[in-house]
Write a protein that binds this ligand. Structure first.
Ligand code: CTP
Ligand code: MG
Length: 226
């Protein structure tokens, strides 16, 4: 079965506070989005990638792609919110791809094994799959400046990407929603009554969100080089 990946990369990176779109922020000399695509490519289970970039940075993104990715990776314009960017990527996919991954450019260091686990679960019949990691911190519900309750964290997980879908499932979920600002594609599937399966994520698939995350990413890369 052919698998395509949509890589939402159109965010402005407000929390990172960089001067350029987050996907183009360099990590060890290469833009975050290039690291993210390298991981997808290394998994050897992704046949085609669509990077969904900021409309103002499409040329820069295209130029950042290594020349041997021509025909594998392409760049299209995204929307004002993540969900619109994913929808824009989905529209450009050719019919041949029966499985679709959605992977945040900001999760630049996802280990290829996570990508493979997601695709393997789809191939085993799951309609939608997300990688998850257990919560490390104690979690409390808070309101009006006070603790309301301590939440039992044994059944709570943090969700990563790539999230994987049978293409018809993802297309239907995007088409059926009236919501416009979902931060997670599997959430759309859940709300339309679909089943979402989980596989193990990985701490290294963390989302680069704030400046401290860039420092952590540099440390992860240098530990991989050792
Ligand atoms: N994204 C996107 N289109 C948008 C908003 C976000 O493609 N309109 C992408 C981002 O580029 C990122 C992923 O969705 O790869 C996760 O979003 P996030 O980490 O929130 O990135 P930003 O929106 O860029 O950051 P911030 O919220 O701090 O501005
Ligand atoms: Mg955002």
């Amino acid at each position: 079965m052919s698998t395509a990946a949509i890589v939402p990369a159109a965010g402005g990176g407000v929390r990172l506070g960089a001067e350029r779109p987050k996907a183009l922020v360099p990590l060890a000399g290469e833009p975050l989005v290039v690291h993210a695509l390298r991981a997808l490519r290394a998994s050897e289970v992704v046949d085609r990638v669509v990077v969904v970039g900021p409309p103002t940075a499409l040329d820069e993104l295209t130029e950042a792609m290594p020349s041997d990715w021509t025909g594998w990776a392409s760049v299209v314009a995204g929307g004002a919110v993540r969900q619109a960017s994913v929808a824009a990527g989905l529209e450009t996919l050719s019919d041949e791809h029966e499985l679709v991954l959605v992977h945040d450019a900001a999760r630049a260091l996802v280990p290829p094994a996570v990508v493979t686990r997601v695709v393997d679960a789809l191939l085993a019949g799951a309609p939608a799959v997300i990688p998850v990691v257990p919560m490390n911190d104690t979690v409390k519900r808070v309101g009006d400046g006070r603790v309301i309750e301590t939440v039992d964290r044994t059944s709570l997980y943090a969700v990563q990407t790539p999230q994987g879908f049978r293409r018809d499932v993802l297309t239907a979920a995007h088409a059926s929603t009236t919501e416009t600002a979902a931060t997670d594609d599997a959430g759309l599937v859940e709300r339309s009554g679909g089943v979402v399966c989980v596989v193990d994520g990985d701490a290294e698939a963390f989302k680069i969100t704030r400046p401290l995350d860039l420092a952590l990413a540099e440390a992860v890369l240098s530990s991989r080089r050792r």
